[in-house]
Design a binder for this molecule. Structure first.
Ligand code: ATP
Length: 321
């Protein structure tokens, strides 16, 4: 039974390349209006998954439901999808505007509707002022933005983005981020694949973490991060704290544990690693307790776990191996 609040449901999807399992019993769903991230290192199976979702590759087994209907790769079911593939799919000898008009006409847009949509999408990806240049003259980032724009011309309901920011400049990355957020606010559901954890942390409502073709975790970013341990407040003191002083700090509400170590910079100073449940709530009581204990605070930083730590704790590997 398909849940009507989901735009996409993927169940037990498998794909092999000869003996290699590229996608291995993958199950996940995307809610309507959600930005869902698929995060995984190179070779995790993200592109293979997307290729099955758009009907380029046939699954070995498993099912895909799009808008409640079994996906069969027909033009009608594909029209729900917008796709920005990793490989650029734009024509270098056409201008940006001509490219978009061409893709729009493939989806049977014409006349005033085609004009309006072309200008709207050019503006969305920040390319209006370069619309009349040949795309062979575009920077790598501008080409990626146009690639994304081409997938939006027919007003899809679910946008599939395959590593849209690989190898691009910060300005183009920001345009893509802003565009993704704006489109999502307007109601577009988005599947965003990436091996950059910062991107999915910043953009996605929920994240599926893939490794070796399998989904190893799937949840909201805060829930995933909470599985990777506590935040640590790193405190440098001008002297060494006594056992009694450390015991006092340990009794503060929210402190889970404290590790102490001597440092040589500056000479005689020491480092406390305070493991905390909610570091932001702890900071003021920690600072006042240090002051009242007569300890001199030289610096204080908060280290929070990231999705990289989650991946490490689940797989024993780094995302960037
Ligand atoms: P990347 O971030 O590098 O694009 P990915 O997560 O998208 O990686 P896939 O491209 O789906 O991963 O690859 C999954 C696995 O399948 C990898 O081990 C890859 O080497 C293998 N693979 C992908 N395409 C083919 C193919 N055409 N023939 C054989 N093996 C393939």
């Amino acid at each position: 039974m398909v849940n009507p609040s989901n735009i996409l449901e993927v169940n037990d999807l498998c794909k092999n390349y000869k003996e290699r399992k590229a996608v291995d019993n993958l199950t996940f769903h995307i809610k309507r209006g959600e930005i869902f991230g698929l995060l995984g290192p190179n070779g995790a199976g993200k592109t293979t998954t997307l290729s099955m979702l758009v009907g380029i590759l046939k699954p070995l087994s498993g099912t895909i439901y799009l808008e409640g209907e079994r996906f069969n790769g027909s033009p009608q079911s594909r029209s729900i999808l917008g796709i920005a593939p990793q490989e650029l799919a734009i024509y270098p000898k056409l201008t940006g505007r001509e490219n978009l008009r061409f893709f729009g006409s493939l989806y049977r847009l014409s006349g005033a509707e085609l004009d309006r949509r072309t200008e709207e999408i050019l503006s969305l990806v920040g390319l209006s002022d370069r619309a009349d240049n040949l795309t062979e003259e575009y920077s790598g980032g501008m080409k990626r933005r146009l690639n994304l724009a081409a997938g939006l011309m027919h007003n899809p309901k679910l946008l599939l983005l395959d590593e849209p920011t690989v190898g691009i400049d910060p300005q183009s990355r920001n345009h893509i981020f802003e565009g993704v957020r704006r489109l999502n606010k307007e109601g577009l559901s988005i599947l965003y694949t990436s091996h950059y954890m910062e991107e999915v942390e910043a953009l996605c409502h929920r994240v599926g973490i893939m490794d070796g073709g399998r989904l190893v975790a799937c949840d909201t970013v805060p829930n995933l991060i909470s599985t990777a341990g506590n935040a640590v407040v790193v405190v440098t003191l001008g002297e060494e704290a006594s056992d009694a002083q450390i015991q006092e700090l340990r009794s503060l509400p929210g402190v889970v544990d404290i590790e102490c170590m001597r440092t040589d910079e500056p000479i005689g100073s020491s480092l406390l690693r305070v493991h905390a449940l909610e570091p932001d709530r702890l900071l003021s009581s920690l600072v006042s307790r240090l002051n009242s204990s007569g300890l001199s605070l030289l610096s204080l930083t908060v280290q929070r776990p990231t999705l990289e730590d989650v991946f490490l704790s689940l797989t024993g590997k780094s995302l960037r191996d």
